[in-house]
Design a protein around this ligand. Structure first.
Ligand code: AHR
Length: 307
């Protein structure tokens, strides 16, 4: 099934008359920077006015931005919710103002799915499962416990919750695979480094790091090297995203496996808005196409990697 919105009785607006407000999470990672670029350039190309705000990873800033878009009477609001819960009030305000909301990248946890038109982005549980499958296979012959540490994304964020869940479900098939420590690094490189430093101090034997994004994995590499260990060998690393810096570390043998999460959501978001403006219908859930990369595959893919 699909939903329709916009394109009122007066018919579609000319695209150069449309105004869209986008409330971004922040600029916490390479992924986010690529996502912002994709959105801004897609709107520029489509000649649709985009009002853009950066919430610096704070929900209150995102709520303020959405309220200001409502006040300005934009035609559509899109945002990538920093955390899953706590959106019903502001989304009801948008609904009361008849402004359709499109979720990109991250979902909201709400009982009322009439508060948004569609959710466009990745399946984060699936990403966690893919990471877990690589680990299960890598240690299929292990007869001793494998000590795993997890660097979690922003607490309460959909990708942090879902990537942890998919991974835990998958590795539970082998009782030797144990997550001995798990802590948030807030999806940043500095956060990943700091948490990894502390984990290395309190855990004498770490076999593998599962980082919820490349940036935290890259921070962990710095901490591992500073401790005199070899990332990718002494301690294996699995991450999610596949941004250029992550792919470079994978090709260099410092990361062992990356699950792709595509940040290139701009063109699809423009498609959704254009369709709605013309009175058309979009699916309630639009999934992004994604793959995984081994070290060999990273070497091949790197020269053409756009971000
Ligand atoms: O919501 C997507 C996640 O947010 C990306 O995996 C991470 O890098 C970003 O900060």
């Amino acid at each position: 099934g699909g939903t329709t919105a916009g394109g009122d009785a007066a018919g579609p607006k000319a695209t150069d008359q449309l105004v869209v407000g986008f409330a971004q999470v922040g600029a916490e990672s390479g992924w986010r920077t690529a996502n912002t670029k994709s959105i801004q350039s897609a709107f520029e190309e489509a000649n649709i006015e985009l009002k853009f705000s950066d919430a610096q990873q704070k929900q209150e800033n995102q709520i303020k931005a959405i309220r200001s878009y409502i006040q300005q009477g934009v035609d559509y609001i899109s945002f990538s919710p920093v955390v899953e819960t706590g959106w019903d009030a502001v989304l009801n305000e948008a609904k009361a103002a008849n402004i359709p909301v499109i979720l990109t990248d991250r979902a909201v946890d709400s009982k009322d799915d009439s508060l948004y038109v569609t959710f466009l982005g990745s399946d984060f549980v699936e990403e966690g499962k893919k990471a877990g499958e690589w680990v299960v296979n890598e240690y299929k012959d292990a007869s001793a416990p494998v000590n795993i540490v997890q660097l979690e994304g922003t607490t309460g964020a959909a990708p942090a919750i879902d990537r942890a869940e998919g991974f835990a479900d998958t590795i539970s098939s082998n009782p030797n695979l144990t997550v001995i420590a798990s802590q948030t690094g807030d999806f940043t490189r500095a956060g990943g480094k700091q948490v990894m430093e502390a984990m290395l101090k309190s855990n004498p034997k770490i076999d593998l790091v599962y980082a919820h994004n490349d940036d935290m994995g890259l921070g962990a590499i710095e901490a591992i090297e500073a401790a005199g260990l070899v990332p990718g060998k002494d301690i294996k690393i699995v991450t999610v995203d596949a941004v250029k810096d992550g792919m470079q570390a994978l090709a260099d043998g410092k990361i062992n496996f990356i699950v792709e999460c595509s940040p290139l959501l701009g063109p699809q978001l423009v498609d959704v808005i254009t369709t709605l403006n013309e009175g058309g219908t979009v699916e309630k859930r639009i999934l992004t196409d994604e793959t995984t990369f081994t070290q060999e595959q990273a070497v091949t893919a790197l020269p053409d990697r756009q971000y």
